[in-house]
Design a protein around this ligand. Structure first.
Ligand code: KG4
Ligand code: ZN
Length: 334
């Protein structure tokens, strides 16, 4: 079954053709990041307008790349939640129009479920059940993936998402949006023990995260040194902050796995590209005899290939939509 998938939840306009949930025939991602960088973050109205301009050419290019026409497609899929509402609506309405004109079934797909599915492309042997750490710019969840379309949230952030904390710390150090990527690179040359940063815990919720205090601690550290006119080693600050965030993520994730007795662990979302997170979990899982899976780095950020993968399993479980499909800024992964 060939699915043409569309993604427009944030600042990438993307389309892909995916066969039977696992094989990517083509994938195109048009990023708007350069424009949003001027403002230090995503400007929702600009995002919607750029999606409106890009979506048709991106879909055309995707079909061309796969050497296919709409006649060779069996179903359409679109991200309908969660995300920026104006951005999502562009993809949803385009997909509805395409469904109406072709008669192809339309599969509404949840953005975070798609991030998890990026693993089905990179690890073709991977099957549920597994425990997944989903870490992106807007979300940080520990999710029990019982089946392809049956999920339970085990833990979540109470305030900032991990990616958001990385981006805000990076912005304070003058790195361009989205700073998480550069912070990770700079951290490679620093000492993770140079600065002592807190490891916030949430009382009575051992699997939940809280990153806002940690973010404030590093921002205060930077501001205080600026006021004193002293210069901190940037690589050391990045390394110490990255170590603290990854430590919080890994500690809770491994505790959840142990308590639930799950021995197959998976990571997903933009932050799953983080070098230290990948390395630490790889090592810890090896020590414990757990299976560990991560998406290819090229599939960690937003793309439509992962949407086409998840949509296949949504379709098999009977999830299709009519032309009254709407978009939603928030929606639980469950
Ligand atoms: O999943 P994603 O592409 O978009 C959302 O759905 O939010 O995640 C984007 C987030 C940004 O906050 C970005 O800074 C972060 O993922 N990110 C990273 C790395 N690569 C991307 N954070 C830390 N280390 C990285 N290597
Ligand atoms: Zn995302």
């Amino acid at each position: 079954m060939r699915i043409l998938a569309i993604e427009s939840s944030c600042d990438e306009t993307a389309a892909a053709v995916v066969e039977d949930g696992r094989t990517v025939l083509s994938s195109v991602v048009a990023s708007q990041v350069e424009e949003h960088r001027l403002y230090g973050g995503v400007v929702p109205e600009i995002a919607s307008r750029r999606h409106a301009e890009a979506i048709s050419p991106v879909v055309t290019q995707t079909l061309e790349q796969a050497n296919l026409t709409l006649d060779n497609i069996d179903a359409l899929a679109v991200t309908y939640a969660p995300g920026l509402i104006g951005a999502l609506l562009v993809g949803v309405n385009f997909a509805k129009g395409l469904s109406l004109s072709t008669g192809l079934p339309l599969i509404p797909t949840h953005h975070l479920r798609s991030h998890i599915a990026s693993n089905y492309i990179s690890n073709t042997e991977l099957k549920p059940p597994f425990l997944c750490l989903v870490v992106s710019g807007g979300h940080s969840h520990i999710v029990m993936v019982e089946d392809y379309t049956k999920m339970k949230i085990i833990g979540r952030t109470r305030d900032d998402a991990a990616g958001e904390a990385f981006d805000k710390a990076a912005r304070t150090m003058g790195m361009p949006y989205p700073g998480g990527i550069e912070l990770d690179k700079v951290a490679e040359d620093g000492n993770p023990l140079a600065f002592k940063l807190p490891r916030p815990v949430v009382n009575d919720a051992p699997y939940d995260f809280s990153f806002s205090g940690l973010k404030t601690a590093v921002i205060n550290l930077l501001h205080n040194s600026a006021q004193k006119g002293t210069e901190l080693d940037k690589a050391d600050v990045c390394a110490s902050f990255r170590y603290a965030v990854v430590d919080c993520l890994v500690t809770n994730f491994l505790k959840a796995a142990e308590d639930l007795g799950v021995k197959r662990l998976v990571i997903a979302g933009g932050v799953s590209a983080n070098r230290l997170l990948r390395k630490t979990l790889e090592e810890e899982c090896k020590k414990r005899g757990y299976e560990f899976y991560m998406p290819d780095k090229s599939l960690c950020g937003d793309n439509a290939a992962m949407v086409g993968s998840q949509a296949y399993y949504e379709f098999l479980s009977g999830n299709t939509a009519g032309t009254d499909l709407n978009a939603y800024a928030t929606m639980s992964i469950e």
